[in-house]
Design a protein around this ligand. Structure first.
Ligand code: HSE
Length: 438
């Protein structure tokens, strides 16, 4: 069988894992694909780093364009991250008729529509399993396994760094900064960890999954995003008292003519399977009309788990090449001419349960005033708790609401904020009670 030649651009954490699997497990992969896969080049500017791998002479180069310009290279693996140069390299590879594998969710979320169009026109595969959920086969599940399903919703933990931080604060009481440094040392975090902490990385991933699930263009700009930096140990403790934990969730729901797509910290019932997903693990519950609920979990970051997903893309492309069938499975799950614009609902239109923590003066009538404003705005209270010590003259009051419209909640909070007896900036955390039966 004619070998398939791959060129790897970027030999950092994940790139090194990919090279390792190809070098150390190439035979096993060939036994499965029926195609010898040859790592022809590895390009990286850092030649000196000890990666624990031995490359044959001529394999390691410092010029990525050498890979793009070599006609013998069949598949380019883009592992450099970032947007501008990565897009240039991928677009050039596509123009030269090469297949591409990437894990670059920031690039796909923001420029993917254009790149997928280019790949379809050129008749090449653009594969991206490692862009979402590390080793979890979530792209393949949406693209292939769930082809007979109308997807109804997806609720996922898609950022290992945030999940690691929230787990460490919850389980070990670690301060936020210490938990973040540990996540960085483990190699989970992005080069700029604000992408993780502020929810952008999870939103990039959600944008990709949402487009795949519903047959729509990638629409990252419309996703509502809130990160975890405002989550306090006090809220984690209250959540626990009410029977919840706090997770950064990526949520996408099919609402008929529109889609809900949002990333924010959310309270998850302790008896829901997602609450047991700790540390850098990722997970997702996908609900489809036929399958009902499908749960996937696995390491969402790190060298070998992410490399495993990259290899699955390389194997798919090698198999397509073997049978002369590039594009056999459309990159974005739907045939390119079937992809439609579907609007994303403004977050103010969502209806869910809420946790609201106020800092109030401990005086008669305060609770009644708050409850009155909530009632006037059509918000019904499910439970209330006042607990804890006074700080800065205030005590915390926590309320859980029944289903309420976000626009009404925000209006009520503005009105409550004007009361003299209530401190500034109430904390609002959405509750995902109905993950599996929505
Ligand atoms: N920074 C990402 C995370 C890495 O923490 O999940 C994988 O995309």
């Amino acid at each position: 069988m004619k070998p398939v030649h791959v060129g790897l651009i970027g030999c950092g954490t994940v790139g090194t894992g990919v090279a390792r699997l190809l070098i150390e497990h190439g035979h096993m992969i060939e036994q499965r694909t029926g195609v010898p896969i040859v790592l022809k080049y590895v390009a990286d500017l850092d030649k000196d780093r000890d990666r624990g791998l031995h490359f044959a002479p001529g394999v390691f180069v410092d010029d990525a364009w050498q890979i793009i310009n070599d006609p013998q290279v069949d598949i380019v693996i883009e592992m450099i991250g970032g947007v501008t140069l990565a897009k240039e390299l991928i677009a050039s590879a596509i123009r030269k008729g090469k297949h591409v594998v990437t894990a670059n969710k920031a690039l796909l979320a923001t420029q993917g529509n254009d790149l997928f169009r280019q790949a379809a026109t050129a008749g090449v595969d653009l594969a991206f399993e490692a862009s979402v959920g590390g080793c979890m086969p979530v792209i393949k599940s949406l693209r292939e396994s769930l082809v007979g399903n109308q997807i109804q919703s997806m609720v996922g933990i898609l950022n290992g760094t945030c999940n690691y931080i929230l787990s460490k604060i919850t389980e070990e009481g670690l301060p936020f900064a210490t938990a973040l440094s540990e996540a960085q040392v483990q190699g989970y975090a992005e080069a700029d960890p604000t992408l993780d902490i502020e929810g952008l990385d999870a939103a990039h991933k959600l944008a990709i999954l949402t487009a795949l699930a519903y047959g729509m263009h990638i629409n990252f700009e419309e996703i509502y995003i809130e990160g975890i930096s405002a989550i306090t140990p006090l809220d984690i403790q209250f959540a626990h008292d009410f029977g919840y934990c706090i997770k950064l969730l990526a949520i996408s729901k099919n609402r008929g003519n529109a889609i809900e797509a949002r990333v924010h910290p959310a309270m998850v019932p302790l008896d829901n399977i997602l609450s047991n997903v700790s540390g850098s693990l990722n997970a997702i519950t996908i609900s489809g009309h036929a399958v009902q609920d499908l749960f996937l979990s696995g390491y969402g970051a790190g060298m070998m788990p992410t490399a495993s997903a990259v290899i699955s893309d390389i194997a798919d492309i090698a198999r397509n090449m073997r049978f002369g069938a590039p594009g056999r499975v459309p990159a974005m799950a739907y045939q390119p001419d079937q992809i439609r614009p579907i609007p994303v609902m403004p977050v103010t239109d969502i209806v869910t349960h809420y946790y609201i923590r106020f800092a109030v003066q401990d005086r008669p009538g305060v609770l009644a005033a708050i409850a009155g404003i909530l009632g006037d705005n059509d918000i019904s209270i499910k439970s209330v708790q006042q607990k804890g010590r006074k700080s800065n003259g205030h005590v915390p009051i926590v309320m859980l609401t029944h289903h309420a419209r976000e626009a009404d909640v925000r209006k009520a909070l503005t009105e409550i904020g004007r009361l003299d007896t209530v401190g500034p900036a109430p904390v609002l955390i959405r509750i995902e009670d109905d993950i599996q039966e929505d």
